[in-house]
Design a protein around this ligand. Structure first.
Ligand code: AMP
Ligand code: TRP
Length: 330
């Protein structure tokens, strides 16, 4: 039998996942599970790179597990697990730390952005090495394809560079992974500030729609979302706010932006926003309801994660052993 190619991706258990996480990543995770052998990780080691309350971290892990399932991942096909349960991630990360270069990590824009306020000197070494751990995550499964949002492009480029470098130094070991970025929804912007990415760490809750927001909360946030000057519902560079809202509409209704623009020709922002609110409510409510149900039974979620980790370990162990042995560790 021809074995399926592999997909790997991960989401951090930090804050609440939002519409950007869903359209940029999670929606694709679900679509890929039919045709690939899929590994979807809850990257708790990555979450530790900035300080966390241990209790909150534990509950965030379960929340992401519930959201994975509620969004449509099927544990009989997709392997869902927690990164820290598979020790091979941290081990391969160390090996890759010895292959990656300080210069490369110093060019990572996410590190620069995240340390802009407090300064790089005060950042954890973990935050600096974050992209190396991410590369290790992917290479450990010899994943061919990595579905992510646009903000992960540079990290994926580094993963490809490290795979190639390792292969050149020690012989053909790792698959060089391809990045997969969706056509619509790759970069959802904040509702209150359409020039900034919708993000978990945004201080204003009006900027993002959490996957667990109540329908009325969603309606309120869409009603208050920033719009642009003018009246036409079109995605043009001078209309960053409406372009963003059109992207959300298109992504959730599985249509293209021009199709949605066509539907609102001759109509105003008010009509569009009213319909958009219902599109978002319809898209997210089933996820929210199912996730909350699943969160009622945390032991079931823990058991699911443990069984995923077992399957993940079985794949990761020989890959790590092979890499270590090629470096002379045997
Ligand atoms: P995170 O929640 O930061 O771990 O991100 C999980 C996934 O969601 C990654 O693939 C990100 O690229 C993607 N993502 C996060 N925020 C956004 C956004 N605003 N628009 C599109 N994709 C996003
Ligand atoms: N850095 C990613 C993010 O914040 C999460 C992540 C960790 C990831 N490891 C990964 C994504 C491996 C894809 C593949 O969104």
């Amino acid at each position: 039998m021809h074995s399926k190619e592999r997909v790997f991706s991960g989401i951090q258990p930090s804050g609440t996942s939002h519409l950007g996480t869903y359209l940029g990543a999670l929606k694709n995770f679900v679509a890929l599970q039919d045709d690939y052998e899929t590994f979807y990780c809850i990257v708790d080691l990555h979450a530790l790179t900035t300080p966390r309350d241990p209790k909150v971290l534990r509950s965030s892990v379960r929340e992401i597990a519930a959201i994975y399932l509620a969004a449509g991942l099927d544990p009989s096909r997709a392997i869902i697990f927690r990164q820290s349960s598979v020790g091979e991630h941290a081990e391969l990360c160390w090996l890759m730390n010895c292959v990656a270069k300080v210069g490369e990590l110093s060019r990572m824009t996410q590190f620069k952005d995240k340390t802009q306020r407090g300064g790089a000197e005060a950042a954890s070494v973990g935050l600096y090495a974050y992209p190396v751990l991410q590369a290790a995550d992917i290479l450990l499964y010899n994943a061919h394809l990595v579905p992510v949002g646009e903000d992960q492009r540079q990290h994926l480029e580094l993963a490809r560079t490290l795979a190639r470098r390792f292969n050149n130094l020690y012989g053909d070991t790792f698959v060089v992974p391809e990045i997969m970025i969706p056509k619509t929804g790759a970069r959802i912007m904040a509702l209150d500030e359409p020039t900034a990415k919708m993000s978990k760490s945004r201080p204003t809750p009006g900027g993002y729609i959490s996957l667990l927001d109540e329908p009325d909360e969603i309606r309120r946030k869409i009603r208050r979302a920033k719009t642009d000057s003018g009246t036409e519902v079109t995605a043009t560079p001078d209309k960053p706010a409406i372009s963003n809202l059109l992207g959300i509409y298109a992504g959730l209704s599985n249509r293209t932006v021009p199709e949605v623009e066509g539907q609102y020709r001759g109509k105003g922002y008010g009509d569009f926003k009213k319909d958009l609110a219902e599109v978002v409510v319809e898209g997210l409510s089933p996820i929210r309801e199912r996730a909350l149900e699943l969160l009622d039974d945390p032991r079931e979620l823990d058991a699911l994660l443990e069984s995923g980790a077992e399957k993940a370990r079985a794949v990761a162990r020989p890959v790590l052993r092979d890499a270590a042995s090629r470096m002379g560790l045997d």
